[in-house]
Design a protein around this ligand. Structure first.
Ligand code: AMP
Length: 188
């Protein structure tokens, strides 16, 4: 089973993805985390992308595609990927379809966590005191939310048409959301 989890930054995608990973023995591919590690490890790619990420913009589709293919082509992760933060636009969604087909896989379920901008700003400010991410402040949070609305919402429509989408109310308590996700997964 391969899944995608959507939701604006701060929606609780990471938390829910971790829950699914543990329960179903999947592997979480968070493109944001992989990119941040490149910056932390001061790689050539990390130097190239740090100002883009820190300003809240998206890095190029080519960079993300290469990175994602290394995971999709890896036998250890075959049919056990949960994509978090990817695809972020329609080009990436179509590329993902092609990459999965090339490696004889598909997407089985797309989850969307719905959360208001108000809740998100609150959660991101809370997270900023714990994780100290350079892109977690109010102004950048609003920018990332707007980017999500503009670039990522169309991707969600794309998966809706493919009948893969389930929308989840992300305003509720974590364990209630966990339960709803488990119930949905049981049915696929
Ligand atoms: P995230 O951890 O998913 O919120 O991502 C943090 C930042 O990493 C984003 O604001 C982008 O700059 C970059 N990023 C993560 N995933 C992608 C992606 N699929 N395409 C382009 N940029 C990405």
């Amino acid at each position: 089973m391969n899944l995608i989890i959507f939701g604006p930054p701060g929606a609780g995608k990471g938390t829910q993805a971790d829950f699914i990973v543990n329960k179903y023995n999947l592997y979480k591919l968070s493109t944001g985390e992989v990119l941040r590690n490149e910056i932390k490890n001061k790689t050539k790619l990390g130097e190239e992308i740090s100002s883009i990420i820190n300003s809240g913009s998206l890095v190029s589709d080519d960079i993300v595609e290469k990175l994602v293919e290394t995971f999709i082509s890896d036998k250890n992760y075959k049919d056990r990927l949960i994509f978090d933060g990817y695809p972020r636009n329609l080009t990436q969604a179509k590329t993902l379809g092609k990459l999965l087909e090339k490696h004889k896989q598909k997407i089985d379920l797309v989850l969307k966590l719905s959360v208001s901008l108000e809740t998100i700003t609150k959660r991101i400010l809370e997270r900023s005191t714990i994780e100290k991410r350079a892109d977690d402040n109010k102004e950048i949070a609003v920018k990332r939310y707007r980017t999500y609305e503009k670039s990522t919402e169309p991707v969600i429509e794309y998966y809706k048409k493919l009948n893969l989408l389930k929308v989840i109310d992300g305003e509720r308590a974590i364990d209630q959301i966990n339960k709803e996700i488990s119930d949905i997964i049981t049915l696929i």
